[in-house]
Design a binder for this molecule. Structure first.
Ligand code: SF4
Ligand code: SF4
Length: 385
């Protein structure tokens, strides 16, 4: 039984529970296509298994924490990657072993008329797309018509059906059940939360959260002072519905590049340790992970999720063709696809040197958005409980 902070604004999407009590022994703590097992990482050592990319830069929302606005790498005048450039990038990366692509930004990918065309290209190329989205297009038939009527798609339900056919994984932004807090967190867009809820319901209805590993995740980042209170409730609610869940404080980049801006919105260290420990305790109680496994794998920057190995098997290529260590880091630049072939950039990158590592920690967050000794403090607290 879940208890939620009483608020008249809490509107829970209607999604059926998948795991009522214990999680099955075979449960995969991941979203299909995101993480790789230790064995896969070792067997594919030196390959670019995953790329984070930008696709377009339009977004009708205005999140105060947006990590893609005021981003250092986007400052100034740059040649932007067009559709053909991104296709060429994927073809190059495919030769280096590419298996999945995560759409990071720089805007909302669904607010781009060529998005489905690109997903169809990925399907033909046998590459799994994982899409970070706020869900407001999927949850609004008028917006679906606006962007997808050329494909003969005019409702969210039809769009979701097509996404399923294309093998997409959906990483849905979800900061709060509270519609007032949530609408505020996307820039004060009234009615946003209800569209997001509808998107989640449509995706669940289409079975995105049925397989193991799931194809549907809730991205409850950034964890801020305003949504901290409901974060654990979101975690429990989502996990029981087989929705992989990402909870983490915001990165010190984009609009939060200044440390004071980060401090202003981020909960205290004690609160972060408490939340992470509660989440791992829940994982142990439900059989999502064992304590032995957590000790072996280490605490993840994303509370309760698979440790991050993105910086041992991938890179982030922004819309300007700049290649970065990862999305959480807008200062470590590996190169530019306009100047060097991707293979050359990869081979001399520090990420390539880490190839085969399962838990890389999170260098961009270490000592910044994840305080010093944070993971060991979480582990100590967990062992005491
Ligand atoms: S939806 Fe994404 S791109 Fe749009 S403002 Fe929010 S964080 Fe930025
Ligand atoms: S290293 Fe950190 S910031 Fe980079 S992708 Fe992994 S968790 Fe995110």
């Amino acid at each position: 039984m879940l208890f939620f902070a009483v608020s008249p604004m809490n509107i829970l999407p209607k999604v059926q529970i998948v795991y009522k009590k214990q999680f099955p022994k075979t449960f995969a703590n991941d979203v299909a296509g995101w993480g790789f097992s230790k064995e896969e990482l070792i067997a594919n050592k030196g390959k670019v298994l995953s790329l984070d990319i930008d696709f377009g830069n339009y977004c009708s929302l205005n999140c105060p924490h947006c990590f893609r606005r005021n981003n250092k790498v986007d400052f100034g005048k740059h040649k932007l990657m067009g559709y053909k450039d991104i296709v060429a990038l994927i073809e190059d990366a495919k030769k280096l072993g590419l298996k999945s692509v995560k759409f990071l930004g720089a805007g909302e990918p669904f607010e781009n008329k060529r998005f489905l065309e690109f997903l169809r290209f990925l399907k033909k190329s046998k590459i799994t797309p994982l899409i970070f989205t706020k869900g407001h297009v999927i949850g609004d038939d008028e917006l679906v018509k606006k962007y997808y009527s050329d494909y003969g798609i005019s409702t969210g339900r039809q769009l979701v059906k097509e996404l399923k056919k294309l093998g997409a994984g959906i990483l849905l932004g979800f900061n709060s059940f509270d519609t007032e807090i949530q609408d505020k967190m996307v820039g004060g867009v009234k009615g946003y939360s209800l569209k997001r809820n509808r998107a989640l319901e449509l995706l669940a209805e289409a079975g995105f959260n049925k397989p193991n590993p799931t194809r549907l995740a809730l991205i409850a980042t950034p964890l801020t002072k305003s949504n901290y209170k409901g974060a654990f409730d979101i975690y429990k609610w989502a996990r029981q519905r087989n929705l992989y869940t990402i909870i983490c404080p915001t990165m010190v980049s984009g609009r939060c590049a200044k440390e004071w801006a980060w401090h202003k919105i981020t909960p205290s260290r004690k609160k972060l340790v408490d939340l992470y420990a509660r989440i791992y305790k829940f994982n142990i109680e439900k059989g999502i992970q064992s304590l032995k496994q957590i000790k072996e794998e280490g605490i993840s920057p994303y509370a309760g999720a698979t440790p991050c190995h993105q910086i041992a098997c991938g890179m982030y290529v922004t819309l300007t063709g700049t290649v970065l260590r990862c999305p959480g880091d807008d200062v470590t630049v590996f190169g530019s696809v306009w100047k060097e072939p991707l293979e050359q950039i990869w081979k001399k990158s520090e990420n390539c040197k880490r190839a085969g590592t399962f838990n890389c920690g999170c260098p961009p967050k270490a000592g910044k958005s994840i305080p010093e000794n944070f993971y060991s403090e979480v582990m100590k607290k967990l062992e005491k409980t």
